[in-house]
Design a protein around this ligand. Structure first.
Ligand code: NAD
Ligand code: UDP
Length: 336
């Protein structure tokens, strides 16, 4: 059985689908601070399998002891954390507590129970402004905000932990820009309030929930002046976790992998692709750059392809189609 912390969230819920379809049993731990239980009902209806849930906080040591003491857990995928860059600048301690202390408590309890296989959600944000493109795992790291630094700290902690005891097998997955939704349209990204990420913003404009997109800067040294990112379909990402788990069985140590497509798209290319797929206009306004943004980010994911036998297969059209399918069927996101 795999313990999935943060399993009710966007990437966690899609990963639960991929795990269940690959024959794993899952147990979700989530405090629903940024998700709803409905996402897990959708996982169950898509897969036809039960999704047992423990509602609680990953920092709650006693609860974790109870979880590990009462379930036959073989490994953990650790998604639980906070991810809003702007909020992390306002509330750094909340971010370090949840993301860093949460990971430490979880890992201590895992060690107590002799469970030493872990997949961790890291981020391409740890590369800051990349020195070159495409970005390889051995490039210098250096985050520019508390969120990114919390990810970097946890990566460093896991590397030290793996060096201290060879029984640990840890995959540190650096996600590029996850987008898209399950092909059924029954599951997708359901941000609270005004989306801070591009894709959910575009799809809320297309469905009529918001008037227009604000494009943050058109004076970057890119194809059309707007920011370029490596968007990856959330189901490709989910399948990457399943591959990482299988691979870890025969490994020891901590290992970093980029999970991206290797191809960058500009903001305006994303807008056009979405308009084409949805048949809806996505009006936009160009505004100044957003603080902390970099011009261009895309991955070299050849290490994951080589080692994990994993490669993203869903293209930009599928990413837009699946997002639109979810948005149309669930214009207000998941019900309460
Ligand atoms: P999400 O907010 O949808 O999912 C996170 C889940 O963790 C939520 O269900 C939330 O309720 C839960 N959670 C948060 N704090 C918790 C706590 N203390 N105890 C128990 N549960 C808690 O976010 P997501 O997009 O699915 O991201 C999952 C992970 O991937 C996060 O660690 C995030 O930092 C990382 N990541 C996300 C992206 C992205 O763009 N979405 C990119 C790179 C890395
Ligand atoms: N972006 C934008 N308008 C928005 C949200 C994002 O122009 O409302 C741009 C942003 O400047 C970046 C790209 O879209 O170039 C992806 O941003 P997002 O926040 O989705 O991901 P990031 O790469 O910053 O983690």
């Amino acid at each position: 059985m795999i313990l999935v912390t943060g399993g009710a969230g966007y990437i966690g819920s899609h990963t639960c689908v991929a795990l269940l379809q690959a024959g794993y049993e899952v147990l979700v731990l989530d405090n629903f601070c940024n998700s709803k239980a409905e996402s897990l009902h959708r996982v169950a209806s898509i897969t036809g399998k039960a999704v047992p849930l423990v509602q609680g906080d990953v920092r709650d040591r006693d609860l974790l002891r109870e979880v590990f003491g009462t379930h036959a857990i073989d490994g953990v995928i650790h998604f639980a954390g906070l991810k809003a860059v702007g909020e992390s600048v306002e509330k750094p301690l909340t971010y370090y507590d949840t993301n860093v202390s949460g990971s430490v408590v979880l890992t201590e309890v895992m060690a107590e129970f002799g469970i030493q296989m872990l997949v961790f959600s890291s981020s391409a944000t740890v590369y800051g402004d990349p020195v070159n493109l495409p970005i390889r795992e051995d490039f210098p790291v250096g985050a520019t905000n508390p969120y990114g630094r919390s990810k970097l700290m946890v990566e460093q902690i896991y590397t030290d932990v793996a060096n201290s005891d060879k029984a640990w097998r840890i995959a540190l997955l650096r996600y590029f820009n996850p987008v898209g939704a399950h092909v059924s349209g029954a599951m997708g990204e359901d941000p609270n309030g005004i989306p801070s990420n591009l894709m959910p913003y575009i799809s809320q404009v297309a469905v009529g929930r918001r008037e227009q997109l604000t494009v943050f800067g058109n004076d970057y040294p890119t194809v059309d002046g707007t920011g370029v990112r490596d968007y990856i379909h959330v189901m490709d990402l989910a399948e990457g976790h399943v591959r990482a788990l299988a691979w870890l069985k025969n490994q020891t140590g901590a290992h970093v992998f980029n999970l991206g497509t290797g191809r960058g798209y500009s903001v305006l290319e994303m807008v056009r692709a979405f308009e084409l797929v949805s048949g809806r206009p996505v009006p936009y306004l160009i505004s100044p750059r957003r603080a902390g943004d970099v011009a261009e980010v895309y991955a070299d994911s050849s290490k994951a392809e080589r080692e994990l036998d994993w490669k993203a297969t869903r293209d930009i059209e599928v990413m837009c189609r699946d997002t639109w399918n979810w948005q149309k069927q669930n214009p207000q996101g998941y019900p309460d």
